[in-house]
Design a protein around this ligand. Structure first.
Ligand code: UDP
Ligand code: MG
Length: 324
């Protein structure tokens, strides 16, 4: 159960934090900082730019440190090793002091000039505003097609109607970030996870550019990882409160299989067909299916028991955050 967001001393708080993860993006650091600061020239409040160096092996940290020495609004956060984009973003969020946080890629593919529009949208009363990349400048087969498929599955499974879940350019209210936790490659599930804690979510078109410096850190293997994470997410958001339902759904085809094979074994036995295969295979398959069904149901029950004791210790009533 996430704790109620603790606001630090008033002086500790800023209006806005811009967070960008960087992994081997040395050439992108200077233009990125320049571009963000330029985009925020007209911003009326206080802000900081947090550059998270995700264990880069090139000169990224040197550039980040130099940028931070030049401008006190720029903060560098160096991670000891490469932890991946999602974890790097989370590290940045943890250090962000802004009441509002904006995340974007550090490779200049997102456009910081979209930030003011995102903030204006957030002010209309949303907790999360997601960027929706128009004319995405990435490879068609390796990026756009898998992304289109993944977005459709995410929408279908989670019921959250956000078109472009993979876009890093997003604006969040601080208290929303305090209520969701991410791991693995889950940053694309931020909309779905946010919806599951009751956040008000919207999306708006943003610009997208082709990479100018450095190269993409991902290949086609990411698609498989995203699909695995999606399964986890489905478990977390849907079956979290009723695990037996999830395991029961999985057990149902096993029960059907057990009945089918048992019937086939009975028919084979009744007809006295002297075939070894039928005498062994059908009862064996029936037993196997029955065993699997039993195992799944027991797992579901164990999960229910575990959850029940957790419920007793944590009050499941939503915190005041959800009272609008
Ligand atoms: N990134 C990171 N850690 C990683 C991989 C990527 O911090 O392990 C950063 C990367 O530097 C970039 C952003 O995440 O700022 C998006 O990565 P990339 O451009 O490679 O992804 P793509 O745009 O190709 O989906
Ligand atoms: Mg990129």
């Amino acid at each position: 159960m996430p704790s109620i967001p603790s606001e630090g001393p008033a002086t500790d708080r800023l209006d806005l934090s811009v967070v960008a993860p960087l992994y081997n993006e040395s050439q992108n650091v200077d233009p990125l900082v320049e571009w963000i600061l330029e985009a925020l020239v007209g911003y009326p409040g206080s802000f900081e730019v947090i550059l998270v160096d995700d264990g880069s092996r090139d000169d990224t940290w040197g550039r980040v440190a130099a940028a931070s020495a030049r401008d006190p609004r720029v903060q560098g956060l160096g991670l000891g090793r490469n932890v991946g984009q999602t974890a790097a973003m989370m590290a940045g969020f943890d250090h962000a002091r802004g009441r509002v946080v904006v995340s974007l890629d550090g490779d200049l593919q997102n456009d910081p000039r979209d930030i003011p529009a995102l903030l204006a949208k957030l002010d209309e009363g949303y907790d999360l505003v997601c960027g929706w990349r128009q004319q995405r400048q990435d490879k068609f087969l390796l990026r756009k097609v898998p992304s289109w498929v993944a977005n459709r599955i995410i929408r279908r499974l989670t019921g959250v109607q956000i078109t472009d879940n993979g876009c890093s350019l997003k604006a969040y209210r601080r208290d929303l970030l305090d209520r969701i936790s991410l791991y693995a490659e889950q940053h694309r599930f931020i909309p779905a996870l946010s919806a599951s804690v009751g956040a008000r979510i919207t999306e708006m078109p943003v610009r997208h550019h082709a990479r100018r410096f450095g190269e993409s850190k991902y290949g086609i293997s990411r698609t498989a990882k995203v699909l695995v994470d999606l399964l986890t997410l489905k478990m977390i958001t849907t079956f979290r409160s009723r695990p037996l339902l999830g395991f029961g759904t999985l057990a149902a085809p096993m029960v059907a299989g057990a009945l089918l094979f048992a019937a086939m074994a009975a028919v084979a036995a009744a007809r006295f067909v002297p075939s070894k295969a039928q005498a062994l295979v059908f009862p064996g398959a029936a037993l196997l299916c029955a065993g699997a069904a039993f195992y799944l149901l027991m797992l579901g029950l164990v999960a229910e028991v575990a959850l029940n004791s957790e419920r007793e210790s944590a009050n499941e009533i939503p915190t005041a955050w959800e009272v609008r």
